[in-house]
Design a protein around this ligand. Structure first.
Ligand code: PMP
Length: 405
């Protein structure tokens, strides 16, 4: 008798594998310069300092034990002090919750804040990792486009005026992934006012805020309203392997997340929590370390922007490189970035087509370029290759045309 295969849950129907992960499988060839990846540079991660902190932590057997579900107390103390300084609000450790990277905070928050069919408002283009979580939670998703000052609040206001009532608005307020832009102070204040007036949460997803190049990012949205749940992470300033992210939220949200975290994984790793606490509390060392990463990423970002502007002139517009890890570039000549990709891979350069991040707009002519993992000269070479691929594809009529503009 043949075995009947039992089904998977219906939630899976709404899930797709991330187009970026699929693309990375294609682009991991050694001869390809990767602008697609979106990873911080492992060469700049403080391996020796992490090893020293691990050795100190392991000198006691206590570190081998389970820890508290909201995170190891001394780490939460360090985070409360840092985030109090950042938001200008004195925070108690009951408002700090450590998660397995900020990605886990997104996943737990989706369970805590969303009933089936609840509305979530995201930015367009969107952080794909957040979209995957919200889709899996069965949310109805509406997208608000970005401009150079971040989320278009005039469009959000229109949605609210039409009676749309989001459970929360998700924003990557600083150095957006993938959009490259930072929300202006005025919009942060205004978004907070809208949340207070209409009674929705804001998830301020901020893993990149400390990686500014020319001037620090504006005060967090969380400065302006108690209805903001702020997420940040050690992944981009120390190392993703620690899997240390943190949430700053009202106690009631922290307690709800705690119940779910117990079911998900009982608790985080006392070892990596202690390592993170050691490094984050070592303020002189940390400042020097982050300054180094910021300066190197800044040089790379500027090199990439210069190369794009020199090679493509007015055929591409791209964001100013002000921080974070990404540039967002738009072809103005009708080039379809999905259609251009095979020629780009042949020429030895990879990027992520804008369509991978699209929610409502298709971003056919856009692409995300990551500048963190290659030195300036390699980034310039990458843009030369892209220009060659573009010229070759264009001469074959393979990348779209002016009529599409
Ligand atoms: N939010 C955003 C906007 C991100 O870009 C990322 C990682 N790429 C995350 C959250 C998750 O990071 P982590 O889980 O490593 O903290």
């Amino acid at each position: 008798m043949s075995a009947t295969t039992p089904p998977l849950s219906r939630r899976l129907d709404s899930l797709q594998s991330s187009a970026i992960r699929d693309l990375l499988k294609l682009t991991s060839r050694a001869d390809i310069i990767g602008l697609a990846g979106g990873l911080p540079d492992a060469e700049l991660m403080p391996r020796d300092r992490i090893a020293a902190a691990a050795e100190t932590a392991l000198s006691s057997r206590a570190v081998l034990q389970y820890t508290e579900s909201p995170g190891w107390g001394p780490l939460r103390e360090v985070l409360a002090a840092r985030e109090s300084a950042r938001t200008g609000r004195p925070l108690s450790i009951d408002e700090i919750f450590v998660t397995h990277g900020s990605q886990q905070a997104l996943s737990l928050l989706a369970e805590v804040l969303l009933d089936p069919g609840a509305l979530v408002i995201v930015e367009d283009p969107a952080y794909v990792g957040a979209l995957q979580v919200f889709r899996a939670a069965g949310a109805r998703i509406l997208a608000v486009p970005l401009d150079s000052e971040g989320m278009r609040l005039d469009i959000l206001r229109d949605l609210l005026a039409k009676g749309e009532r989001p459970a929360f608005v998700h924003t990557v307020s600083n150095f957006h992934n993938p959009g490259g832009v930072t929300m202006s102070s005025a919009r942060r204040r205004e978004l907070a006012e809208l949340a207070d007036a209409h009674g929705f949460w804001i998830i301020e997803d901020d893993p990149y805020g400390e990686l500014w190049f020319d001037q620090p990012a504006p005060a967090p949205v969380a400065t302006y309203s108690p209805n903001v749940i702020r997420l940040s992470s050690a992944s981009k300033i120390l190392a993703p392997t620690l899997r240390v992210g943190w949430m700053i939220a009202p106690t009631k949200v922290c307690r709800a997340v705690e119940l779910l975290k117990q079911g998900a994984d009982l608790c985080g790793s006392a070892l990596t929590h202690q390592i993170a606490a050691d490094l984050l509390a070592d303020t002189d060392w940390l400042t020097a370390h982050i300054d180094k990463v910021r300066n190197i990423y800044g040089e790379r970002a500027h090199a990439l922007v210069d190369a794009v502007r020199t090679r493509f002139g007015d055929r591409i517009t791209c964001t100013e490189a002000t921080g974070g890890m990404f540039l967002w570039a738009d072809f103005t000549d009708g080039t379809d970035t999905q259609a251009l990709l095979p020629a780009a891979l042949d020429a030895g350069v990879a990027y992520v087509p804008g369509s991978a991040f699209a929610v409502s707009t298709d971003y056919t002519h856009s692409m995300r370029l990551c500048f963190t993992t290659s030195e300036a000269a390699i980034l310039t070479e990458a843009v030369d290759r892209l220009a060659r691929a573009h010229a070759a594809a264009e001469s074959q009529g393979a990348v779209g045309n002016q009529a599409q503009l």
